[in-house]
Design a protein around this ligand. Structure first.
Ligand SMILES: [Zn+2]
Ligand SMILES: [Zn+2]
Ligand SMILES: [Zn+2]
Ligand SMILES: [Zn+2]
Ligand SMILES: [Zn+2]
Ligand SMILES: [Zn+2]
Length: 249
């Protein structure tokens, strides 16, 4: 049988091949556990991505979520973001749909929420997705007066839950899971492995920069987004700086 291979912007330069995963592997895009079919790097990098995550478009125009075009980019590992749609936390280093000038961040999965769900927090009735003022019955977080949020609402009981609070499995489950390579930024790898990782990170930053430039982001945003974590090695910094220069001039 022919191999199922794809190329993907999150891992430029290497083909990805569909494999069957078991054990403690994480998806580079959502940082949740992989089990079953997913795409891994054919060249042997520590890289794997869910089938569904590989299908998210790199840019997204969705006025119901945000008035500006969003770009799916890798986030820094030393900064955590909150999702503006589900109000849940985002694992540091995961990919998010972002509009940095506005500070808007969204999980890829939150771009396509089901219009109705059942939640263990309110199992009696179906909950309908609404964008409205409301107070979450689970975490009781207040939004500013007149502020609208994405909520799952029970119209029978007049009860609202944040999308993340309605989810049976919250994002914290993913954060507690083991993800190979997470948080070490290459420390502890041998030199060749580290250089490879740095090169891949630099390539992915470049792909990100091109996407951001195409989306019309300003140079200031590009530089801010491309600043690399301190722990990363000089090679990555040098490559990124060269790239800055090449896109600035
Ligand atoms: Zn994933
Ligand atoms: Zn690779
Ligand atoms: Zn979300
Ligand atoms: Zn915006
Ligand atoms: Zn809540
Ligand atoms: Zn109800």
């Amino acid at each position: 049988m022919a191999e199922d291979t794809i190329t993907h912007f999150s891992h430029p330069g290497h083909e990805l091949v569909k494999r069957h995963y078991t054990g403690p592997f994480g998806c580079v895009m959502c940082w949740e556990r992989l089990s079953g079919a997913a795409y891994g790097c054919r060249a042997g990098c520590d890289f794997a991505i869910h089938d569904a995550c590989a299908g998210h478009p790199q840019t997204l125009t969705s006025p119901s979520h945000h008035p500006h075009q969003l770009v799916l980019v890798e986030t820094r590992r030393d900064v955590t973001h909150g999702c503006d749609v589900c109000a849940g936390r985002c694992a540091a280093g995961c990919f998010l749909y972002r509009c940095p000038p506005c500070g808007f961040d969204m999980h890829p999965r939150c771009a396509k929420l089901p219009p109705a769900v059942r939640s263990v927090r309110h199992p009696e009735h179906d909950l309908a997705l609404v964008v409205a003022e409301g107070r979450c019955a689970a975490c009781h977080a207040m939004h500013g007066a007149g502020a609208r949020a994405w909520l799952y609402r029970c119209n029978v009981c007049n009860l609202d839950l944040h999308v993340s609070c309605a989810a049976a499995e919250g994002p914290e489950d993913a954060e507690n899971g083991h993800f190979p390579g997470a948080g070490d930024d290459g420390l502890g790898l041998d030199i060749r492995g580290e250089l490879l990782r740095s090169r891949i990170a630099a390539q992915s930053h470049m792909a990100t920069a091109v996407a951001m430039r195409n989306a019309g982001w300003s140079l200031a945003n590009l530089i801010c987004e491309l600043l690399v974590p301190l722990k990363m090695r000089t090679v990555l910094v040098a490559q990124s700086h060269n790239f800055h220069r090449s896109i600035c001039l």
